[in-house]
Design a protein around this ligand. Structure first.
Ligand SMILES: [Zn+2]
Length: 269
């Protein structure tokens, strides 16, 4: 007998068993013609149930594997999507970071450029100020005025006329170089008393006379406004003042108008 399975057993049979059971069931029906003719109606019912059950079970089996497959695919897609999303985020972060870095770099470069420019501007300004200071001229006695003009006549001067100008200067006033130059004479100058002659950087000469004391020596470089001595009344002088000359050479007699000379160099006199 093909139906050896105990009745009421619903354990799912193997695929092969189910197939043979089904075929056996059909064979049984064909042989007997009547289901009731079977030895056990319960067994016949079980056989029919087994067929039904088998079909359903297979559908479920197929459905299970398909569902599994779909689930697996969905899972894969989900993972792929998550991976793509993570990659997209990472790329976006990388781009954002690169942008931030580029921005920071650009800002740092801009700052450095600005600092360089500011430094260069300061240096230019300092050089310009230094040039101006070196090239600028000033009064030989600060705040002084001319008391005796150039070429003033009188028997006080050996040449018969004044070869320079006299600046008012109380004894002990600071006498400065009117501009940058080099000392070419510093000492006793006869009628000039203690006197200094400076070769200016533009090739002209200036002379300072009747000093009570001399503060520089020959060969010394001086800047505009630098003190070179103290005013007095040495030499052929009627009282404390500064005798000042502008010359084309270091020699007496090569004088030019000191007021015009100072004015030409921007001095308010
Ligand atoms: Zn004089």
């Amino acid at each position: 007998m093909a139906f050896t399975r105990a009745t009421g057993k619903h354990r799912r049979p193997s695929r092969l068993t189910r197939k043979s059971a089904s075929m056996a069931g059909v064979a049984a029906l064909a042989t007997t013609g009547v289901i009731g003719g079977l030895a056990s109606p319960a067994l016949a019912a079980d056989a029919a149930h087994a067929v039904q059950d088998t079909g359903l079970t297979e559908a479920i089996v197929i459905g299970d594997s398909l569902a599994d497959e779909i689930a697996a695919q969905a899972d894969q897609q989900k993972r792929a999507a998550a991976k793509a999303e993570a990659a997209r985020k990472a790329e976006a972060e990388r781009k954002a970071e690169a942008k931030r870095k580029a921005q920071a770099k650009a800002e740092a470069e801009a700052r450095a450029k600005k600092e360089r420019e500011e430094r260069a501007a300061k240096e230019r300004a300092a050089r310009a100020a230094e040039r101006k200071r070196l090239n600028s001229y000033t009064l030989p006695v600060a705040g002084s005025v001319v008391t005796t003009g150039y070429k003033t006549g009188g028997n006080l001067w050996s040449s018969g006329s004044h070869s320079g100008v006299d600046f008012r200067a109380a004894s002990g006033s600071s006498v400065v170089s009117v501009g940058a130059g080099t000392v070419v004479e510093a000492g006793w100058g006869g009628a000039y008393g203690n006197n200094i002659v400076i070769r200016m950087n533009d090739g002209t000469y200036t002379q300072y006379g009747h000093l009570s004391s001399i503060g520089v020596s020959v060969g010394q470089a001086v800047t505009s406004g630098q003190q070179i001595g103290v005013s007095g009344s040495t030499g052929n002088s009627t009282g404390p003042h500064l005798h000042f000359e502008a010359r084309t050479s270091p020699e007496y007699g090569s004088d030019m108008d000191p007021v015009a000379y100072l004015r030409a160099h921007g001095v308010n006199v």
